[in-house]
Write a protein of this length. Structure first.
Length: 270
């Protein structure tokens, strides 16, 4: 029987009329396929073409804009930071526009910085935006039934994932409890750092205790049995899954083809 996790707390997946009927394993495979083909080159043309195609596809999938903005925030922050680092300390070539100590900005570093930003976005968006439509339980069903991963590993990972939401609630409860005791607003900046360490340790102790209880409960219900188990929900793939993989390959092939055609292809192992 498929494991409905013994605890709850993971936010529900974002609904998309187009992607909801596609197997989570297929979504994972499409994201990996597109990412692997994009990391073969560091050039802005292939990354830009892939990024534009991805945005068009996600718009067609009718994923809510608010969900995209929230879930993509880490990518939107990391991409400019990676580009800035590359701009200041990247490859030197062509004319040097400005230098100060170890910092040198040249034509080559500018091109590489632009390519880095677009590449991070093009690689990160498929992973983030496809995963926000995946329900953890559905993914566990697919990994166990289609990929044939060990059920004990899959169910343990699912149970651990569902504890993440509870950690957030526990952290909020600890903060409120400390504030009720009058120890949340004293000591200035140093006091806040000290309280953060103490609260983090308390959360660690609480999570270890909860994890031990969950492991014992799952073992008592034979989740660790070596006998092949049955599943309550069958995980299958169909023509929609094949279409998604074809689309992912087509986007990657288009990006690579345009980059090769304009002469900007820069194979990373070359």
């Amino acid at each position: 029987m498929s494991a409905q996790a013994a605890v709850s707390g993971v936010p529900s997946a974002v609904s998309s009329p187009v992607l909801d009927r596609i197997n989570p394993v297929t979504k994972l495979g499409a994201a990996l396929l597109l990412s692997l083909m994009l990391v073969l080159s560091i050039d802005w043309v292939s990354a830009a073409v892939a990024l534009v195609a991805e945005l068009v596809l996600f718009a067609c999938a009718r994923i809510p804009f608010g969900a995209l903005a929230r879930r993509s925030a880490p990518i939107l922050i990391a991409a400019p930071l990676a580009g800035l680092t590359t701009l200041l300390y990247g490859r030197l070539s062509g004319e040097i526009f400005w230098e100060f100590g170890l910092i040198r900005i040249s034509e080559g570093s500018i091109d590489l910085a632009i390519a880095t930003v677009l590449r991070v976005l093009a690689v990160g968006f498929p992973a983030v935006l496809l995963f926000i439509t995946i329900d953890p339980t559905d993914l566990a069903d697919g990994l166990a039934q289609i990929v044939r991963l060990p059920s004990r590993f899959v169910l343990g990972a699912l149970a651990g994932l569902r504890l993440v939401g509870l950690f957030i609630d526990d952290w909020r409860a600890l903060s409120l409890a400390r504030r009720a005791r009058g120890i949340a607003d004293e000591g200035g900046a140093l006091g806040r750092v000290r309280r953060f360490g103490g609260q983090a340790f308390a959360l660690l102790v609480l999570s270890i205790r909860r994890g031990s209880k969950l492991a014992t409960a799952m073992e008592a219900r034979a989740f660790g049995s070596p006998i092949r188990r049955s599943w309550a929900r069958e995980s299958t793939v169909g023509w929609r899954d094949a279409a998604l993989l074809v689309i992912a390959f087509a986007v990657a092939a288009l990006a690579i083809g345009v980059a090769v055609a304009v002469g900007s292809w820069n194979f990373v192992l070359g």
